[in-house]
Design a protein around this ligand. Structure first.
Ligand code: MTE
Length: 400
């Protein structure tokens, strides 16, 4: 046994207690039925007996997570969008590193590292029962778009429980749980900047600006997973044309809603909020760029970016900004959240490209949620016929 394991053995309770403290703001309190002691025995090494169920509870979270197992699924290779420049985001990124490492050693010392994935799944379900999704309002979809893919759609459950929405937490299962009370009405979206007719729309206005289409798009995350979703909305160019961009407008900048009181998890996310994104004007005007107000026949669930978001199917998912409040036409290339965070890893363009790897993982393949084997990633996510000409003459390795 090495020195660190000895240390862990001798500090088992102290480490566990530090672990529990470190998680207290991020995890729900254990269910009340754990509270079974009316006259609790004295604490041992500062840990009360009442906390024993917590230990079991946390071990059940910790191990599957260390094994890369989240919300009943193994995280695809590539992990998630990192919030540190120097390493993949792991459980360690939201926990002090020393505590994390000790926890690992602690688990080894406890001899439970051999638990099976089936057991892990059980624990995970116990620790994170899937959040129910509030039913959305039905939307009147006028037409099915010819831009739709015929590929098999992912289930509503997949798309609403495996999300990236850092304002509501960094785990895939966090947004479905934490965004449930997100207030999305009243809501306004402004179109401003280099335009002749700046305007502020209510969401009701947005819903009426053009007939709603259903567009079944492939959606590929930079992390290496993909989904197929029947989104609802209309081309972003509708709302841009109404504002009449002037000749100085060359780019479009987007901003998400951010309110610390509703999104306290945002402060632990490691990224700068409000979330901001941007497109070149011709990308924003491209008919495939969707101003999205719903999916699966209904308004957007909160965790998927209610009440209005972008969906840009040929770009990595992080370009598809959620819960938009501001659309600003600007002269120069706008700042974007992820490229500001790690410019060498996340470029402004971020077109899906199997030939340009992320500095820390390959982009050649992806895992479709619900499938086991990885599939080949297509250039521009399979939308090359429609969009490749936007990048004629550009070196896509340079403008990644
Ligand atoms: N928009 C905001 N405001 N905040 C976010 O964290 N995450 C992005 C993008 N839009 C994000 C966001 C990322 S990384 C991805 S992959 C997609 O949303 C995920 O969309 P989905 O959860 O609907 O699949």
């Amino acid at each position: 046994m090495d020195g660190s394991e000895n240390f862990v053995k001798h500090n088992l309770f102290a480490i566990t207690s530090a672990f529990l403290t470190s998680r207290s703001s991020l995890r729900p309190a254990p269910p009340r039925h754990y509270d079974v002691f009316t006259a609790p025995p004295p604490p041992i090494l500062g840990v009360t007996w009442k906390e024993v169920p917590n230990l079991i509870f946390e071990a059940g979270i910790c191990l599957p997570r260390l094994a890369g197992y989240r919300h009943g699924r193994l995280e695809p290779r590539g992990g998630r969008v990192p919030i540190r420049k120097d390493s993949d985001l792991t459980y360690a990124d939201i926990t002090p590193k020393s505590v994390y490492l000790n926890r690992r050693q602690l688990l080894r010392a406890m001899g439970i590292a051999g638990v099976t994935l089936a057991g892990a799944k059980l624990f995970e379900r116990f620790a994170y029962p899937p959040a129910t999704v509030n039913a959305g309002a039905k939307l009147n979809v006028a037409s099915k778009s010819p831009f739709s893919t015929t590929e098999k759609e992912n289930t509503f459950d997949d798309v609403t429980h495996y999300n990236n929405f850092y304002e509501f937490g960094t785990d895939k299962s966090d947004p479905s749980r934490n965004a449930q009370k997100f207030v999305t009405s009243p809501w306004t979206v402004s179109v401003e900047g280099e335009v002749k007719k700046p305007v502020k729309y209510s969401v009701d206005d947005v819903l009426k600006l053009a007939p709603l289409e259903e567009r079944i798009y492939r959606h590929r995350c930079v992390e290496g997973w993909s989904i197929v979703v029947p989104w609802i909305g209309y081309s972003l160019n509708t709302i841009l044309k109404l504002a009449e961009p002037n000749e100085k407008a060359k780019y479009v900048a987007f901003q998400s809603y951010y309110d610390r009181s509703q999104m306290p998890w945002g402060e632990h996310s490691g990224i700068q909020l409000p979330y901001v994104e941007g497109l070149r004007l011709d990308e924003a005007m491209h008919p495939l760029t969707l101003l999205c107000v719903g999916m699966y026949g209904e308004t957007l669930p909160n965790q998927d970016g209610a009440p209005v978001r972008l969906v840009i199917p040929w770009k990595y998912g992080f370009k598809s900004i959620k819960s938009i409040v501001k659309i600003k036409l600007v002269k120069g290339e706008p700042t974007t959240t992820w490229s500001e965070y790690a410019p060498r890893e996340y470029g402004f363009y971020s077109n899906v490209n199997p030939n340009v790897d992320h500095p820390r993982w390959s982009q050649a393949t992806e895992r479709r949620l619900g499938e086991f084997l990885r599939r080949k990633t297509l250039i521009f996510n399979g939308y090359g016929d429609q969009v490749a000409s936007l990048y004629n003459g550009m070196d896509l390795k340079k403008y990644y």
